[in-house]
Design a binder for this molecule. Structure first.
Ligand code: C2E
Ligand code: CA
Ligand code: CA
Ligand code: CA
Length: 275
C-alpha cells in the first residue's frame, strides 16, 4: 500500500524533473538559436513630447523559433541569465543594434539613439566597457547614438562597481538610463551621484490611472528634472495618459499608443513615410 506522502512526493519529484528537462531542452535550443541566427531585434520608437519627433528606438529581443514561432524575451532571458548564455546573446544584441542604427543613418534617416537592455551579468563583466568601445568602432556608430538601459534594482545593488562602470561608459560618450524606475527603492542621494542621463518610468505607473500613480509619476518627473536628467514614460497606451504626461512636462514617451515594437523593415518603411 502506498502511503499518501510517498505518492505526493513522487508526483512532486516527477514534475521537478519535467521542468528540469524542459530547461535543458531550452538551453540547448538557445545555443542553436545563436548559432543559426534565430534572434531578431524589434524596435519600439520613442517620441519627444515637445518636438513630436522620433528621437530614439528601444531594441527588444525576439527569438524566431523554427517550430514555435516568435518567443518573447520574458520566456527565455531568465534561463539565458542563469546559464550565462546572456553574455553571447547580449554581445549579439549590442552589435546588431549598433550596426542597424548606423545603417539607418547611412540611408539618410534622421539620426537617433538606439537603447539596448543590459542584464546584470553583462553589466558586471570586466570587459564590458572594452566590448562597447569595440562594437562602436566595428560598426562605425557614433557613441552618442547608443544608450544602455540598466534596471533600477541593478543600479542599487553593488553600487560602487556600477558607478565605476557608468563613469567609464560616459567617458566613451554613450549614455546610460535607468529602466523600470519606481519599482526599486533608490534614494535621491544615490541618484544624484550616478552619471545617468535618463530615467524610464516603469509602465505599471503609467498604465493604471489611479490618483496615487499619477502622484508618483509627477514626483519622478520633477525629481529627474531637478537632477538634470531626462525622463521617459513607457507603456503609454491611451490619449489620456499622453495628455497627462504632456501636461506634467515628461520629456519622451514610448508605448502601444504611439507604436508597438516593429521589425526593422516596418520601421524603415514608416521612416520613409514621415520623411
Ligand atoms: P522592458 O525593458 O521594460 O521593455 C518594455 C516591455 O514593454 C517590452 O516587452 C515592450 O514590448 C512592452 N511594451 C511596450 N509598450 C507597451 C505598452 O504600451 N503596453 C504594454 N503593456 N507593454 C508595452 P518585451 O519586448 O516582451 O520585453 C520584456 C522584457 O525583456 C524587457 O522589459 C527587458 O527587460 C527584457 N529584454 C528585452 N530585450 C532584451 C535584451 O536584448 N537584453 C536583455 N537583457 N533583456 C531584454
Ligand atoms: Ca528597457
Ligand atoms: Ca522598462
Ligand atoms: Ca521591465
Amino acid at each position: 500500500i502506498k502511503d499518501k506522502h510517498g505518492s505526493n512526493y513522487n508526483i512532486f519529484e516527477s514534475s521537478i524533473s519535467e521542468k528540469f528537462k524542459a530547461m535543458l531542452t531550452m538551453e540547448s535550443e538557445l545555443r542553436k538559436a545563436l548559432k543559426y541566427d534565430q534572434f531578431e531585434l524589434h524596435y519600439q520608437p520613442q517620441k519627444c513630447l515637445t518636438s513630436n519627433k522620433i528621437v530614439g528606438v528601444e531594441a527588444l529581443l525576439r527569438w524566431k523559433h523554427p517550430v514555435k514561432g516568435y518567443i518573447p524575451p520574458g520566456e527565455f532571458i531568465g534561463l539565458a541569465e542563469k546559464t550565462g548564455l546572456i553574455i553571447d546573446i547580449g554581445d549579439w544584441v549590442m552589435n546588431e543594434a549598433c550596426r542597424e542604427n548606423k545603417a539607418w543613418q547611412d540611408k539618410g534617416f534622421q539620426p537617433m539613439t538606439v537603447s539596448v537592455n543590459l542584464s546584470a551579468k553583462q553589466f558586471y563583466q570586466r570587459e564590458l566597457v572594452d566590448k562597447v568601445k569595440k562594437t562602436l568602432q566595428n560598426t562605425g556608430l557614433s557613441p552618442e547614438y547608443l544608450e544602455l538601459e540598466i534596471t533600477e534594482t541593478m543600479a542599487m545593488t553593488n553600487e560602487e562597481n556600477i558607478l565605476e562602470t557608468m563613469y567609464h561608459l560616459r567617458k566613451l560618450g554613450v549614455t546610460v538610463s535607468i529602466d523600470d524606475f519606481g519599482t526599486g527603492y533608490s534614494s535621491f542621494k544615490y541618484l544624484s551621484v550616478f552619471p545617468v542621463t535618463k530615467l524610464k518610468i516603469d509602465k505599471m505607473f503609467i498604465n493604471e490611472n489611479q490618483k496615487q500613480n499619477q502622484a508618483i509619476v509627477k514626483s519622478i518627473i520633477h525629481m529627474s528634472h531637478s537632477l538634470d536628467m531626462k525622463v521617459i514614460a513607457e507603456g503609454v497606451e491611451t490619449i489620456e495618459q499622453l495628455r497627462f504626461l504632456t501636461k506634467e512636462k515628461c520629456d519622451e514617451m514610448q508605448g502601444f499608443y504611439f507604436s508597438k515594437p516593429l521589425p526593422p523593415e516596418k520601421l524603415t518603411k514608416w521612416f520613409r513615410t514621415i520623411g
